[in-house]
Design a protein around this ligand. Structure first.
Ligand code: PMP
Ligand code: GLN
Length: 383
């Protein structure tokens, strides 16, 4: 007898990342869909993990994270953004940014609360809001620059607005917020009780000499914000699932109440290794903009003469391509056909819109070796 269960997330299926990676594997297609590097993390970082494992650091880490890592995060935050962060009360290490996003949303969103999200939105935000009993108010961003219309935000705020979720550099569009956007957000939320969740996992992947406009640079806004990052992006280690949340003490206290029952703590030897590596090799994150900008430019160069039109990419390791000159299929159908018939997997961007809006753009991950990028652009130029 089959069981009928009323789903708590009736709209949710398997994530597009799992779907496209499985389709790519099935058809032996080049996978520029799910975002992950196809090259190794630094050799020294792996060596450090081994050393810490062999030194016996294999049991539960403290619930808030290994002290050495929290200290390294605090120092890096001061260097990068001029923000003094309290190691004991304001930093929590998590099992990836995904856990941090979920814990922050669960900690503050109550039944009936509204949360403003910008579409296309990273796919984990809305389900977390729904599980917390809240409701998303979706504000659409428009090509080619996918900038935030702050008047639309002003209009969307109600007495029930509890949280605004921003993400810069932005997945999937590659747009970035500037200091002026952060100032407006601070003005809009001043004295309102509205909190901010700032997803900054691509903080070090930003191009053309721009500075990352972290919420941590804004003393006032930071006092009502959760700022979330991930070492998976910065150190080419998406499989380690190591992230963190910086928030003022009162918010961190609530955040930790969720985190301690969600995962309690995060993989111990990796925390020690990343702590050492941040201190030993700051040039790794300092050089990340050039490293990824070269990959973006090489991908774009390979596309010259193709029917795919690139949209501006100012950060992240994703490039949007407008395929309307090549096909009028829905992006979901085109992405499937591209994988099955042409051997190249990408992400259809409509899945990140609550209303399924289809701008006829696909997202391609360029965190790949030169050889992979060449193979990808060769396929795109042949279509
Ligand atoms: N937010 C955004 C915007 C992302 O692209 C990702 C990467 N998957 C995450 C959060 C989650 O990061 P992590 O892999 O550390 O859980
Ligand atoms: N963040 C990555 C992406 O956007 C993948 C995350 C995942 O697979 N869950 O492609």
């Amino acid at each position: 007898m089959s069981m009928h269960l009323a789903s708590k997330l009736p709209q949710v299926g398997t994530t597009i990342f799992s779907v496209m990676s499985a389709l790519a594997n099935e058809h032996r297609a080049l996978n520029l869909a799910q975002g992950f590097p196809d090259f190794s993390c630094p050799e020294r970082l792996m060596q450090l993990v081994t050393e810490h494992m062999q030194a016996g650091r294999n049991q539960y880490a403290p619930m808030t994270g290994v002290l050495a890592l929290r200290e390294a995060i605090a120092e890096k935050t001061l260097t990068c953004y001029g923000a003094l962060v309290d190691v004991e009360r304001e930093i929590t290490v998590t099992s990836g940014a995904t856990e941090a996003l979920f814990a922050a949303i669960m900690a503050v969103v109550r039944a009936g609360d509204e949360v403003i999200v910008f579409d296309p939105a990273y796919d984990s935000y809305a389900p977390a809001v729904e599980l917390a009993g809240g409701q998303c108010r979706h504000i659409g961003l428009n090509p080619p620059d996918y900038a935030i219309d702050w008047q639309a935000v002003r209009d969307a705020i109600t007495p029930r607005t509890r949280l605004i979720i921003i993400n810069s550099p932005h997945n999937p569009t590659g747009s970035v917020l500037g200091a002026a956007d952060i100032t407006i957000l601070a003005e809009l939320t001043r004295g309102s009780g509205i909190l901010v969740l700032s997803d900054e996992v691509y903080e070090h992947i930003i191009f053309d000499g721009q500075e990352h406009a972290s919420v941590l640079r804004h003393e006032e806004l930071r006092a009502r914000s959760f700022v979330i990052s991930s070492f998976g992006k910065t150190y080419h280690t998406t499989g380690w699932k190591l992230g963190y949340c910086i928030a003022p003490a009162a918010l961190s206290a609530e955040f930790r109440k969720v985190h301690q029952y969600l995962t309690f703590s995060t993989c111990t030897p990796m925390q020690y290794a990343v702590a050492d590596f941040i201190a030993e090799c700051p040039e790794h994150y300092q050089e990340l903009p050039q490293f990824y900008q070269a990959k973006r430019d090489s991908f774009l160069e390979g596309l010259v003469g193709s029917g795919f039109k690139p949209l501006p990419c100012k950060g992240t390791y994703f490039q949007l391509l407008d395929y309307s000159a090549v096909s009028d299929e829905r992006d979901l159908d085109f992405a499937r056909r591209l994988t099955i018939e042409h051997g190249l997997a990408a992400i259809p961007v409509s899945v990140f819109f609550a209303d399924g809006r289809d701008d006829k753009v696909l997202r391609f991950c360029f965190a790949k070796s030169e050889a992979t990028l060449r193979e990808g652009t060769k396929i795109l130029c042949s279509i």
